[in-house]
Design a binder for this molecule. Structure first.
Ligand code: NAD
Length: 356
């Protein structure tokens, strides 16, 4: 498996280093034959090449089997004409990574005042309120006068259909329960279409239990009783916000794994950002990116019909859970270790497992 790794900004280099360490150990232990090649992205690339995403990088990524993208300082990148491209948007759009899959679960040994839960947020990833990716050319945010801004939200039948199908398929492999989160009471046409398509698609999956909740009410429901949810499907921005909440409810935003999936490409990305407030201090939690990398291994294994990749991914997830339970983790999840030592702890747990 040829893996491209782009470390990114802020805590990106620290957590990608820990993730790559775990990836290489998993590859060796499970004989996955993973090769890793690293390229700069974000500020480092901007300094070196005058653009946050250097020319040719898309082709490099396209020809690889998987991409691990560290968080980047997207808030800093304002002028695409001057090379300030949002790398996350760039790869999602150009590789058509339409589904963002974000699992959230509680872990033994970690505070979970809301009780145990295990759910997945499936978020549409290519349109919606994210105006910067909605247009064939130019940006969907328009400065009408210096005091008036219009931001375009795009919802298409195709994108609704494919995200609905992905969510239904995932739910059928889990507890067969799908919750559609929307705001069709206000966004009657756009979210109305999203809701109708999700309900219609779900009819093609016998045995699937389907309900729907307005996004504002969902914030209360998921905090009140997260255990009642299995797979949650939503449009882009609602799913983004909701999945940060579910990651934090599981113990820390630093636990939020995330996989961006298309038809023939996938990109592992932490659910959180570049956390400049803690960058360079060896305190960032690397679990989010490590868990995202595990999701990518599973995806690749299914694609090429090699079950050992899923086996390796399960072992990585188990090693993370064990590291949390035994306190060999960063402070945000109750441990005392730094970022690098936490990565090392996962490697030691992973490679000390007697059988695979
Ligand atoms: P953030 O997610 O970076 O940080 C929010 C809070 O969570 C901070 O207090 C941070 O210290 C903490 N945190 C985040 N990740 C953590 C980890 N792994 N371990 C421990 N604590 C962690 O959000 P922000 O501060 O609003 O954004 C910072 C930058 O990241 C901005 O430029 C933003 O645009 C960008 N961003 C990038 C992505 C991405 O690349 N996918 C996603 C979201 C935000």
């Amino acid at each position: 498996m040829r893996m491209v790794v782009l470390p990114g900004d802020g805590i990106g280099p620290e957590i990608t280093k820990a993730t790559t360490h775990v990836l290489k150990a998993a590859s060796e232990h499970f004989q996955l034959g993973v090769t890793v090649e690293e390229h700069p992205v974000g500020h480092e690339s901007l300094k070196k090449f005058g653009t946050t995403v250097q020319p040719g990088l898309l082709e490099t990524v396209r020809s690889a089997d998987g991409l691990i993208l560290g968080p980047t300082a997207t808030f800093d990148f304002k002028d695409e004409q001057n090379g300030e491209i949002n790398p996350s948007k760039y790869f999602r759009k150009n590789l058509d990574l339409f589904a963002n899959v974000r699992p959230a679960r509680t872990y033994p040994g970690l505070r979970n005042p809301l009780g145990d839960f295990d759910l997945v947020v499936v978020r549409e990833n290519t349109e919606g309120f994210y105006a910067d990716r909605n247009m064939e050319q130019g940006n969907g945010e328009i400065l009408v006068t210096s005091d008036v801004v219009i931001s375009l939200r795009r919802i298409t039948r195709l994108c609704c259909e494919r995200i609905a199908k992905s969510a239904c398929q995932l739910a059928m492999r889990r507890k067969k329960h799908l919750t559609i989160v929307h705001k069709a009471n206000v966004l009657k046409i756009g979210d109305g279409m999203f809701l109708d398509i999700c309900r219609e698609t779900a009819k093609g999956f016998p045995g699937l239990v389907v309900d729907d909740i307005l996004v504002d009410a969902m914030m209360a429901h998921v905090v009140r009783n997260p255990a009642r949810f299995d797979v949650i499907v939503s449009t882009n921005m609602f799913g983004d916000i909701l999945s940060d909440l579910t990651a934090e409810l599981s113990g820390s935003l630093g636990l939020g794994g995330s996989l961006n999936v298309g038809v023939s490409h996938a990109m592992a990305q932490a659910a959180h950002g570049s956390a400049p407030d803690i960058a360079g201090r060896d305190v960032a939690n690397p679990f989010s990116l490590i868990l995202s990398m595990a999701l990518l291994l599973t995806w690749h294994g299914e694609r090429i019909g090699a079950p050992r990749f899923a086996e390796a991914a399960r072992a990585v997830e188990g090693a993370v859970a064990s590291a949390i339970e035994t306190g060999r983790a960063t402070t945000d999840v109750g441990g005392k270790l730094g970022t690098a030592a936490t990565g090392q702890a996962v490697v030691e747990i992973l490679t000390s497992a007697s059988s695979h």
